[in-house]
Design a protein around this ligand. Structure first.
Ligand SMILES: Nc1ncnc2c1ncn2[C@@H]1O[C@H](COP(=O)(O)OP(=O)(O)OP(=O)(O)O)[C@@H](O)[C@H]1O
Length: 535
């Protein structure tokens, strides 16, 4: 499982923490051996021996403590590296990879599973330190009495086998538990996204709670509880075996001289500590194994990177203004959804000239937004190509090409900050013109609030669009949420102004009252462009 983690950068830390752990374990075993010798009367416990004993104890505590600190640092660094790597992958992967699993598939992994990684480092640290102490104890036991140690050996093998089997069963349970947790998260999302609807629909609310949330939560409890029970059961069996062995030793006092017998039992009892520690951490390791596998599966979804998608701020991101963008024979096939006819776009041949206003119209589901996504380079066409002033957009140049556009989608995301020049008198004029000045202002490039009505939020997005100053502006049903006054201002004043300043304006619209504003009207039907009329 560890091969899925970025261990190379933390290798020195890992080695240092293991070394400290070994030193600490060695110190602990030496402390025990010293106690054994003092109890046996073989060592006179004078001031010198007391100082040596304290030195050893300090050695042991410092080694284990330092190992814990380094292990924690290792865990935190690995977790941070995984978080950064996942964010980088999500930002640079093709859009389809983000949209495919859906937020309920992504978020539990990004939250819960990634958090488990720091636990795994601690668990591994604790297990390795405990294993070190246990091995040291066993060597000491073998040195005390090889015969008794050989008696102990089969018990250790049986205990180990029981643990191995329990771990197997436990991990299966953890997988089932995580799958149930994913379902629970999906239900939480429904509760949050559909909060208003659920207040208004008592039957649906009760059904979601009774038949979806409760069963999923119970399933998580049951399968995870059962998995942990396997570990606990195996641990209890191991302890029982140890006590059975101690009973055996105590009932055969002739097997060892009395003083050695005391040391042997003392060490055996002490051995229970590190063994318990290991057993306690095995479920953590089991859960972490499931979490790391899930992170690896998620990472695998984002293995295809779009080339040249940079994550550093370029000093000047202003793209060159193109005179002509052309779509030549563009097609796209959506993956078929069960029970529905397959939907394809194109082939589409279309050009956009600098400074023109183009309306894309058509019935619901005719493919207007899909056409826009293809134009924006958000979906890769199956066939055909896009050219900018005659130069084809390639896989390598697609991200540069996208920087030509600013788009307000119908289901847009409103960022709280604007482009850097969003300030001054020009901003005040726009806020005033869009009747937002009394509601919102900009402080340090950030809107003072975005808690506004849907129409106002769209107007705020329009302010951002205007200050972003991209050569091509795309509006997907922007006016649908506006009152008649703003709708008129948008179509009859703002769009012509933007075009007059040299922007190409592409508008998806159902507002046939304003179709006359367009220089060209493109009509979509069932994924095909059936008409392109110049005004
Ligand atoms: N993610 C998707 N997976 C599969 N098919 C899809 C997906 N998105 C869209 N489609 C298909 O594409 C068709 C056109 O969708 P699109 O959003 O482009 O239509 P539209 O013309 O913008 O509609 P509206 O006017 O309702 O916004 C849909 O009817 C659907 O069959």
């Amino acid at each position: 499982m560890l091969r899925h983690l970025p261990l190379r950068p933390v290798l020195p830390l890992l080695v240092a923490s293991t070394l400290c752990g070994i030193i600490g374990s060695l110190g602990t075993v030496l402390v025990l051996a010293t106690i054994g010798q003092i109890l046996n009367g073989r060592l006179h416990f004078g001031p010198e021996a007391a100082a040596g004993f304290m030195g050893l104890a300090l050695f042991s505590v410092a080694g284990s403590g330092l190992s814990d600190i380094l292990t924690n640092m290792t865990g935190q660094r690995i977790t941070a590296a995984v978080r950064i790597d996942l964010a980088r992958r999500m930002l640079t992967a093709p859009l389809a990879a983000i949209e495919k699993p859906g937020p309920q598939g992504l978020l539990p992994v990004l939250g819960g599973d990634v958090d488990m990684i720091s636990d795994v480092a601690f668990a591994i640290g604790a297990i390795s330190v405990s294993a070190g102490i246990a091995i040291g104890c066993l060597i000491y036991l073998a040195w005390l009495s090889l015969a008794l140690f050989l008696w102990l050996l089969p018990i250790l093998v049986i205990g180990g086998f029981i643990q191995f089997r329990a771990r197997d069963r436990g991990i299966k349970g953890f997988w089932a538990g995580r799958a149930a947790e994913d379902r629970l998260h999906a239900h939480y999302r429904t509760i949050i996204d559909g909060a208003r609807e659920l207040r208004l629909d008592r039957r649906r609310r009760a059904r979601i709670f009774q038949h979806e949330v409760i069963p999923a939560a119970q399933e998580v409890r049951q399968v995870t509880g059962r998995a942990i029970a396997f570990f606990v059961g195996a641990n209890a069996l191991g302890t029982l075996l140890l006590f059975a062995f101690i009973t055996l030793v105590l009932t055969h006092p002739a097997m060892l001289p009395r003083d050695q017998m005391t040391s042997f039992i003392l060490i055996l009892l002490f051995l229970k500590g590190p063994i318990d520690q290991m057993m306690h951490n095995l479920p953590v390791l089991g859960r972490a194994q499931v979490a790391i596998r899930r992170i690896a599966d998620l990472t695998a979804r984002f293995t295809t990177f779009e080339p040249n998608v940079v994550l550093t701020e370029a000093p000047d991101d202003t793209p060159r203004v193109p005179a002509r963008i052309a779509l030549d024979g563009i097609t796209y096939d959506y993956p078929q959804v069960a029970g529905a006819a397959p939907f394809s776009i194109g082939p589409i041949d279309l050009t956009f000239q600098r400074g023109e206003i183009v309306f894309i119209v058509g019935e619901n589901g005719s493919g207007k937004t899909s056409l826009i996504k293809l134009l924006l380079g958000l979906m890769e066409p199956a066939q055909g190509q896009i050219t900018v002033d005659g130069v084809p957009v390639t896989h390598e140049t697609r991200d540069d090409y996208r920087q030509l556009f600013h788009t307000i989608f119908s289901d847009f995301h409103l960022f709280e900050d604007g482009p850097p020049p969003m300030q001054g008198a020009a901003l005040d004029r726009w806020l005033d013109r869009l009747d937002l000045a009394h509601k919102v202002s900009v402080q340090d490039g950030v809107f003072t609030t975005t808690d506004l009505s849907t129409g106002q939020r769209k107007r705020l997005a329009l302010v951002q669009a205007i200050f972003t100053k991209r050569p091509i502006m795309v509006f997907d049903e922007w006016a649908a949420d506006q009152d008649p006054t703003f709708r008129r201002t948008f179509y009859t004043e703002i769009l012509p102004e933007l075009a007059a300043q040299g922007a190409t304006v592409i508008v998806i619209s159902h507002d046939d009252r304003y179709f006359h504003i367009a220089n060209r009207l493109i009509t979509m039907e069932n994924g095909r462009m059936i008409e392109s009329v110049s005004a």
